[in-house]
Ligand binder design. Sequence first.
Ligand SMILES: O=C(O)CCC(=O)C(=O)O
Length: 289
Amino acid sequence: MGTRPNSSTKEFQVSPSQQLALASSAMNSSSQIDGWVDKNLHPIGEAAYRSRLVETFEKNGALVLVGFFTTDFVTHVVAESAERESEAFFANSTHNVYLTDPDPALSPDHAFNRQVASSKGLIADDQIPEKSPLRAVYESHEFTDFLCALLNVDHIYPYEDDLSSINVHFAPASKELGWHFDNSSFAVTALLQAPENGGLFQYVPEVRDADAGEMAYQRVTNILDENETVTSLKFAPRDLVLFRGRNALHRVTPTEGPATRILAVFAYNDQPGIGLSDSALETFYGRNQ
Ligand SMILES: O=C(O)CCC(=O)C(=O)O
């Protein structure tokens, strides 16, 4: 992924006075995520609840919050997304697990150059309706403050480009997302509709250490050759998923049956001013604006 610095940085940060305002508004009045997030089941403002989750997330690199979203949220977002499935961009591309161009100095069967298929489609942020519950949740300080606590960062930021912040992925029958490492340090997703079969999220934790420049060619080869045990992360519509995918190799298996797998991605950065380069936007969305 490329980066594009921009001076008009949008920021999700909560100052102490805003925290007080949020706490009192949570007590006294409704917020923009009431009705979309089940705060009885998931008291996202409570310190004790947060610290239990932090422990699990740090241990596993993955967190599934079962029943985080309300049925209304899912019904609403599935209806508005299904209307736009025909507009989705399907790249039908192959790529290496590092999401980079191949290296012609290495052989085609080297772990760096081995190609996997990704055939799922997606709609971009600028195709998400202004009044979508996805946007209400994505922009909510209550939600981003909760994520900051789980991620142990002070601030998170939306993407500077117009396409990357909220995406909805579509995987109709036989579509998949091939093995890859994420460029970003965390991913936040919500499954909206499950397929009849397949569409499993599989991963192998701690395959590489990206910050140390570790490429883990042998382990990548083993996994692509199906010589390593892989774990399936189970989640269902209404669940919120946090995943650290920078060092964990992961994929979504081909879907089966008539129901399209639909998944929302809430993409944030822990640094300000990050946007995808025009060429990355072309690759992921088939356009750069
Ligand atoms: O579809 C999913 O469950 C995960 C998507 C994913 O891994 C990605 O977008 O990098």
